[in-house]
Structures are given as C-alpha cells and as structure tokens.
Design a protein. Sequence first.
Length: 290
Amino acid sequence: MPDWIFYLYYTAVSAVLLSVWIPGAARNSIRYGSLAKVLGYEKIRQEAIDAGWSLTRKEFAAILVSSIVVVGLIALFTGNYFFVTLGIALMFTLPRAIVLRIKRANRRRTLFDLPPNLRLFIAKLSDFGNVQKGLENALPEMEGVTKPAFEAACNKLRVGMPLDRVLDEWLRDLKIRKLEDFAERLKLAAVEGFHRRSLDSLKDTVAEIDEDITAIKTLDIEARSKRKQLFLISVMSWAMPLLMSFMNNNNGNVYLNTVYGQIFIVSFAASTLYAIMKGGDYLSLNLDEL
C-alpha cells in the first residue's frame, strides 16, 4: 500500500480525535474564523483569572507557538512528520494544563499563608474587641498572598458595608471551605462579644487548618516520590523502542524509515505525555475540597 495512503489515514484519524477533544463551544465558534475561540482562549483565560493569572493573548499564543516549534523540530530531526499531529493536540491541552498547575500552586500558597495571618487577626481582636479595628491593626504585620483579601475586607468595613456581606465576599475571594466555619464563628463573636470562649473557638478553626496543612505536606512527600517513579517508568519504557530500532528493515531503522514505525513512535510519545500529565493530576491533592 502506498505511503501517502497511510499519511492520509493518520491525518483523518487525528482530525476526528481533535473534533472530539475540542469543546462544543469552541467547535461552534469556528464559523467566526477566530483561532483563539477555536482553541478555547476565553474559557482558559477565565480559568487563569480564577487562578490569579491574567492570561493575555500574547502569552496564550506564545504557549501555542512553543508547543508547535518544539514538536516541529522533533519532526524535522527524526523525519517523522506525524509528530505534527501531536503538536496540534498539544495546542488544545497544554494551555489548560499550565493553568491548572498554576491554580494548584496558588491555592496551596493561599492555604499555607492563612494560619499566621488569622492568628494575628485573632490576637488583635482580643486587644480591640472590634472586627474593623482588629483588621486595621493586624494588616501592617500581615504577609503573603492572602494579605490583599484582608485589605479588601478592611476597606469595605471602613465604608460601612455590613459584616455579613464583607465576610461573604471575603470567602468568595479566598475560596477556602474551612474559612466558612471561621466566618460563622466570627459573626457570632461580633454579636456576643470577643470573650475568651469566642476567641478560643476561632483559634480552634485555625488549628484545624494547621492540621490540614500538616496532612498535605505529608501526602505531598508521598506524591512526590510516586511522581518520580512514574517519570522513571515512563523513561524506561522507551528502552523497548530504542532496542528494537536496531532491528533493520532493508538496512533502514524500523521506527524512522517505515510508516508503521513512525506511527508507533508518535502514538507512544503521545501515550507517554498523557500518562505523565494525567498521573501528575491524579497524584496531586484536590485542594478545592478544603
């Protein structure tokens, strides 16, 4: 069978797979001729904003171009142009993978920054007996990525916004479920007074967050070890095609000079990338549930 038939078949299969992977909204936007919409830029940009990253069109384009360039160089170096289809697939998956990684890192920093700032806030509550005064005096000593959320809450209290509404918006900004209990206890303390029992109740919530952080650090150590094992296994799995490449077919490399071998190598590379990316996702803790 002529080689061009295999190329045509593989391209058609790739097109079908891409049509399945592309979100429905992106497929509908093709008619508008906007590549950014086809690639799901708006959706990814919104996910990036939620993760604390203002993703611009230039940054989005840079990610896409870099994936195409890297895979294109591999295709030119190996002479296997089926790698182009892998580059196209990365255009739809790499930006979202990067955003999810940044989102996890930012959420982790937010959770780890909370206990010191909350303890400082509670200490000021015991001194001043007022939420606004406590925040105003605690802010100069606060640090980390959670400080802006405390500043925003303090500014809203200064202009007379009700405490309930301020705390609701504060919770939406930080997106930490454990803080819901803290907010409820703070509302109750604001009504009943900041006596020893109410302050101890707030400290108990912070202690629970500390316990979660300790558990996360322990699980992270285990997950890091498993990720290393996954990466090592993925690298070792390439020993088989490397060894089999020495099998000659009319004095040519099986994986470089035959269509079947080229298809196998591209499919194997795609499977390796998928296993590493998904394995990392499975081994990463879902901090959204905290």
